[in-house]
Ligand binder design. Structure first.
Ligand SMILES: Nc1ncnc2c1ncn2[C@@H]1O[C@H](COP(=O)(O)OP(=O)(O)OP(=O)(O)O)[C@@H](O)[C@H]1O
Length: 710
């Protein structure tokens, strides 16, 4: 018997998430205010959960005497020449939102709290590209009048306000108040019908097939765990095709437009009829033909709408030809009627297109659009689920009626970027969560037997994704892992596989011994190009790191992007030496990437390498997630007498760094500092010492290249 899950109290969970989202927003606000001129894309607006820097442009009285406020982007934040379109967001008609004064970055904490309290709640009436209308909840609502305002989606508030009877069995499973329905006992039996599936892609490997059978057999939730390069999206495509064969209706979401379009492109090659929701301008050109906007003009049903449009055009022309005022008036009257009909037919056409579509695709926040409200789907599939905030995942889950959820992701790579992780606000929110939870568990929940087991909300942070939480709640039986990877040389794969993936990864035959010297263009056989794993150990103190805040802070820009960053010039020079050797051997610059966890180091690398090696790619580890290159150089930077490793200690970040390369990885780092950071880092250093081509650089040699003026 599997252990019964420890149920989560839903209102407390939602309250905890709200407190955390608010903390995230506060962190965003401080940053947006500090960096107003640079318009840094913020995590929350990326998540589509909030819009910053708004102004009220008009207030009017709407239906039933309710106050309707119109909000648009503050002209002060719109760059000259740019359109004042509100950045992409997930706030949709019908959403409950809060509008609040946006405190200045310089405002004191207490002032910020006060301002935040003054906000009003309302329901979104209309969303346009350049403005949004909100019907305020209370007629006497005190509309914030301050300079800038912000608005936040209240998905979690809706969840918090759910009544007990509104929890579907599916939602109960998501909170551990019920266990997932057990799988058929004969699932692994060859006689089970799922073993007789006709695969559309015959090249699927066994772990991919098993994951698909599992996702088809699961009743409420299925997690597909795809370590780097294991064909997670590839598997989802087959799953979608199999579900379509079973006549299921599917909503496919991802946290970003690119994650969704990636699936649209691959489904398109199978000629699957589908609808991609979202503004066509934001879609990949290859996905645009499937967008609702384009289909509304080109589908069969659109012909009816086009007929009316044509009639309207004819009428317009006849107005121009008529001088007689009476006739003109009559034509105007007819035009008005036609317009009404046009709008109705268009709405009908759009509704039918969406309703009749067996596969609908949208970003997580895009799925909250009015087109999908209340629609029935058999399955919601979320790709890159470990890159999405849980609150984002709830947008489709609360908006459509769904009976099953399939999440695909890898919780052992980096979660979505959270700014408030260590901020005071986040700590306060955690504390609030704890308090909140105690109150709930003690007072409201009469079902005493459940109460004692309520999972503490305090353990959930914004960084805890739905994928993580479900795994913790129900255990590994709700997931299947893909185990054949199609990216890395066997030796590159070995350490992450042993440490993080229970030694289960297998390198596909055609990648397992691929080297740079075997690239399909002329590459010399050198000590670098015949070696998949190189470790330049910079131990000994000759390659010391530098803390950027020493300098930048003094110039009065403390707290800016490089504030806590670290750099290491000597290691950067070593990177240059290694890249130079690869290029000299014939490896193309486009096939080489350098990644480092520190922005300050990225800046130095950029200065040193961009001019010398055009075409080479430089990136932060976090920014390189999801990417791959033939050769990757990882520059670890940290080298100090105190053996401090900072956020290098995060396993998931290192995992991303070490799993980007296909044929060659070169690690540059100080084993003395790094090896003392954690047990994991110690084992990594030991592994490299034993299995990598180990090299000790000589500082003078490293700078020879520099002197030669490369
Ligand atoms: N069964 C298979 N046989 C051969 N190649 C495969 C198979 N499955 C996946 N691949 C290849 O592996 C690569 C990675 O696949 P895909 O893009 O689906 O992976 P992913 O897991 O979504 O990516 P990431 O690891 O970046 O998250 C692709 O080039 C794909 O063609």
């Amino acid at each position: 018997m599997p252990k019964p899950p420890r149920p989560t109290d839903i209102p407390s969970f939602a309250a905890g998430q709200l407190a955390l989202l608010d903390a995230e927003l506060q962190a965003e606000l401080s940053e947006t205010n500090a960096l107003l001129s640079s318009h840094t894309p913020t995590a929350l607006s990326r998540a589509g959960l909030a819009i910053l820097n708004l102004n009220i442009t008009s207030i009017r009285t709407g239906l039933g005497g309710k106050t309707v406020a119109e909000l648009a982007l503050d002209p002060a934040v719109v760059s000259k020449g740019d359109k004042a379109d509100i950045p992409e967001h997930g706030i949709r008609t019908g959403d409950i939102v809060a509008i609040q004064d946006q405190p200045a970055g310089s405002a004191k904490k207490t002032e910020k709290r006060e301002l935040a309290k003054k906000g009003v709640e309302g329901v979104v009436l209309r969303v346009r590209r350049e403005n949004i209308e909100i019907v305020l909840d209370r007629e006497d609502a005190d509309v914030p009048s301050g300079g800038k305002l912000w608005m936040m989606n209240q998905t979690m508030t809706r969840l918090q306000k759910f009544q007990d009877q509104e929890y579907t069995p599916f939602i109960r499973v998501l909170f551990g108040q019920a266990s997932p329905t057990p799988l058929p006992s004969d699932l692994n039996d060859p006689s089970n019908p799922l073993h007789k599936l006709e695969w559309i892609d015959p090249s699927l490997n066994d772990s991919q097939k098993e994951a698909i059978r599992f996702a088809l057999a699961s009743r409420e939730i299925a997690l597909i765990h795809g370590p780097p390069g294991t064909g997670k999206t590839h598997t989802l495509i087959e799953l979608i095709l199999q579900m379509l064969k079973q006549k299921l209706r599917i909503l496919v979401c991802g946290p970003s437009n690119i994650s969704v379009d990636n699936i649209v492109e691959r489904l398109a090659s199978h000629k699957v009829p589908m609808i991609r929701l979202g503004h066509p301008a934001r879609l990949l050109p290859s996905a645009q033909n499937h967008s609702l906007d384009v289909l509304t003009r080109t589908s069969d049903a659109a012909a009816l709408v086009e007929d009316v449009r044509k009639e309207m055009d004819d009428k317009q022309n006849s107005i121009r030809k008529t001088r007689n005022a009476k006739e003109r008036r009559q034509i105007y009257g007819e035009l008005k009627e036609l317009r009404k009909e046009f709008r109705e037919r268009e709405r009908g056409c759009v509704e039918n297109l969406v309703k009749d579509s067996k596969v609908v695709l949208a970003t997580l926040h895009g799925a909250g659009g009015f087109h999908l409200k209340g629609q029935d789907f058999d399955v919601v599939i979320v790709d890159e689920a470990s890159q999405a905030l849980e609150a984002q995942c709830w947008v489709p889950l609360l908006w459509v009626k769904a009976g099953k959820l399939v999440l695909a992701g890898d919780h052992l790579q980096l979660p979505p970027t959270i700014k408030s992780l260590n901020s005071k606000e986040a700590k306060a929110a955690k504390k609030d969560g704890k308090k909140n939870n105690k109150v709930k568990a003690g007072a409201d929940n009469v079902k005493a037997d459940v109460e004692t087991e309520v999972k503490p909300v305090a353990k959930t942070t914004l960084e805890t994704t739905l994928f993580d939480r479900l795994l913790a709640l129900h255990g590994p039986s709700i997931k299947r892992m893909l185990t054949t990877q199609y990216r890395m040389h066997e030796r590159i794969m070995q350490f992450p596989s042993t440490e993080l993936y229970e030694s289960k990864l297998i390198a596909a035959e055609f990648v397992k011994d691929r080297l740079l010297k075997d690239l399909p263009y002329a590459v010399k056989d050198t000590e670098d190009t015949r070696e998949p794993l190189v470790f330049w150990d910079t131990q000994g103190g000759d390659f010391p790191e530098k803390a950027e805040d020493d300098e930048i802070g003094n110039k009065g820009s403390k707290g800016m992007s490089l504030g806590d960053s670290k750099s290491n010039e000597a290691e950067a020079a070593l990177v240059k030496l290694h890249v130079g050797n690869l290029i000299d051997a014939g490896v193309k610059a486009e096939d080489i990437a350098v990644v480092t966890p520190y922005n300050a180091q990225l800046a130095i690398l950029s200065q040193m390498l961009k001019g010398a090696f055009p075409g080479i790619e430089l990136g932060s580890v976090d920014g390189f997630q999801g990417r791959e290159k033939e050769a990757v150089i990882v520059c670890l930077v940290r080298s100090n007498p105190d053996h401090e490793v900072g956020f290098l200690g995060e396993k998931r970040r290192l995992n991303v760094a070490m799993t980007r390369p296909r044929r060659h990885v070169c690690i540059i780092g100080d084993s003395e500092t790094v090896g003392r950071g954690s047990k994991f880092l110690k084992r990594w250093m030991e592994f490299l010492e034993e299995h990598a081509d180990l090299r000790y650089p000589n500082l003078a040699d490293v700078y020879v290249d520099e002197r030669n003026g490369r």
